[in-house]
Ligand binder design. Sequence first.
Ligand SMILES: Cc1ncc(C[n+]2csc(CCOP(=O)(O)OP(=O)(O)O)c2C)c(N)n1
Ligand SMILES: [Mg+2]
Length: 352
Amino acid sequence: MASSTKSSSKSSSKSAKSSKNGKSGAKGLDESDVGARTDHLELFRQMYLIRQFEIACGENYSKGLIGGFLHLYIGQEASGVGAISTLRDDDYIVSHYRDHGHALARGLDINRSMAELFGRSTGTSKGKGGSMHLFDVAKRFMGGHAIVAGQLPLAAGLALAQQYNKTDALTMCFFGDGSTNQGIYHETMNLAAIWKLPVLFFLENNMYGMGSSIERVRAGGIDFCPSMATYGIPAVEVDGMDVLAVREATEIAVERIRKGDGPQFIEAKTFRFVGHSLSDGQKYRGQEEVKEWEERDPVATFPTRLIEMGLATADQIAETKASVDEAIAKAVEFAEQSPEPDLSEIHNDVFA
Ligand SMILES: Cc1ncc(C[n+]2csc(CCOP(=O)(O)OP(=O)(O)O)c2C)c(N)n1
Ligand SMILES: [Mg+2]
């Protein structure tokens, strides 16, 4: 927590002072700043959308309308939204099983995403993937993968294709602290570095794997950036509760990758406010720690910051929330009313 707070204050003050057009984020913006204003409000909209989507998922899981495992992204919204806001449409994203936030930040349709969780034929994977396998090739969102660290070599493969085809597009790969003790993690880092692949390794260090703190299971401690020297991959730590700081750090890394500098590594220190999955009693951590992180809840604190910076009004925040709430209610309705996949579909899209 200490290092996160430290990097937080440093990066927040920095990011609060600069917007995309280089002007001050202070009060009294003129009309030429409308773009920046819309952009900041959009970051809030996405974080709020993810939060409300996840709350709705939790409710419908309890009702038995969503089956299988359910890993919620509550608390980590600033990390995914800030990072993905820097990407172009032709970049790829690969994620793990805690993928709803990444998918929604990428702009996957919320009706179809919700329907996927409900296991309905209108879902992004036709109802056969579920929560851990959201997928949308048109959006270059290449899943949703349930095997811890399994998405890392896939990211390297996608990045190799981008390099081979001489594009300046890149692959952003999200993974958790728990995946870093898998052998394939080290193999991927080494290969990506040797081949200078255009991949952004984005670690969401939420301090816990499934039921153990990273402090207990990692010999190198809770900070990952120093270990990246082993692979010669430039690494930066950022406060994952601060959407502007995440965006700023990611923008720099993305620019380097597009220039052909090879892989970059970002470690966002973040926290999941809820259990690993909905069947987690959280016996491995104290609630004081959770409360401490919740005080920095990005969804709750960002509106105040936006208003103070003169980037949004209280009315705009309220309107944004109301329209998201309505969209989520409609997504649940869409999912509930959609049919289950037909039995004749059982063998389709399973093997390539
Ligand atoms: C190869 C493999 N081993 C174990 C699991 C079970 N499992 C699912 S999530 C998880 C913890 C991963 O934690 P982390 O990478 O920190 O991601 P977080 O859940 O914190 O986002 C484990 C052990 C799995 N899915 N795949
Ligand atoms: Mg973790």
